[in-house]
Design a protein around this ligand. Structure first.
Ligand SMILES: C[S@@+](CC[C@H](N)C(=O)[O-])C[C@H]1O[C@@H](n2cnc3c(N)ncnc32)[C@H](O)[C@@H]1O
Length: 221
């Protein structure tokens, strides 16, 4: 496992030790229990932890965040370590991943909530709707992700989907469906200048304001 790069101190400040501890968990029990691939251990900082933490640049102060399909806690845990002002819930359907996440959060002393379930389930929607931000990385294609995430957001809230080289293509393919689902025009944001190279690519979609009852056309009687 690599040493923490200099950029990690910039991102995590006095929580650097906790970030290092998280990376150790990923490299050991995370690999043993199948949450992270064994070939990833040499690039945990750049490709996973820092790449996710820099999404913080797009998250407003004090936001309520739902991290959908959190897996090994990505991007939710690096985000929480970089931004203690956020309230974050990690949504993950697989029991063994949920168990690992809870163990790691307990060990790090982080008070994030772990919720077992699928983002599209009614129980999850009832409990977590009204979020300011939904984050997701490597969970589903944009349109499907928008279908799961937009109902969890307040009007004006944002889906931040960490994507790779496919971002522009996904937007081209899915923008019309995202609009039908109640999302605004997706944009591509790049984060992490001076921290990660290449920069992290994020698709950002705002949940559009739904019409209120009053503005709907009156039914004729
Ligand atoms: C490829 S992993 C990515 C995990 C993590 N976000 C990352 O970037 O390393 C996809 C994760 O999404 C979860 N997932 C799949 N369908 C989901 C759904 N409908 N709602 C929430 N999570 C889901 C899976 O269980 C899995 O942990």
């Amino acid at each position: 496992m690599e040493h923490s790069p200099a950029a990690a101190e910039k991102v995590f400040g006095e929580r650097l030790e906790l970030a290092e501890r998280y990376v150790r968990h990923l490299a050991t029990s995370g690999v043993e229990r199948g949450l992270i691939g064994p070939r990833e251990t040499d690039r945990l900082w750049d490709r996973h932890v820092l790449n996710c933490a820099v999404v913080a640049e797009l998250v407003p102060d004090g936001a309520n965040v739902v991290d959908v399909g959190s897996g090994a806690g990505l991007p939710g845990i690096p985000l929480a370590l970089a931004r203690p002002d956020l309230r974050i819930v990690l949504v993950e359907p697989l029991a063994r991943r949920v168990d690992w996440l809870q163990e790691i959060l307990d060990d790090l002393g982080l008070s994030l909530t772990v919720e077992r379930g699928r983002a599209e389930e009614n129980a999850i929607k009832r409990r977590w709707e009204g979020a300011d931000v939904v984050t997701a990385r490597a969970v589903a294609p944009l349109a499907r992700l928008a279908g799961w995430s937009l109902p969890l957001l307040r009007d004006g809230g944002r889906l931040l989907a960490v994507k790779g080289a496919s971002a522009a293509e996904e937007i081209e393919r899915d923008a019309a469906e995202v609009h039908r689902l109640g999302g605004g025009a997706p944009s591509i944001e790049r984060c992490g200048d001076g921290i990660v190279d290449p920069l992290s690519t994020v698709i950002s979609v705002e949940r559009e304001t739904r019409p209120t009852g009053r503005s709907r056309k009156k039914r004729s009687t």
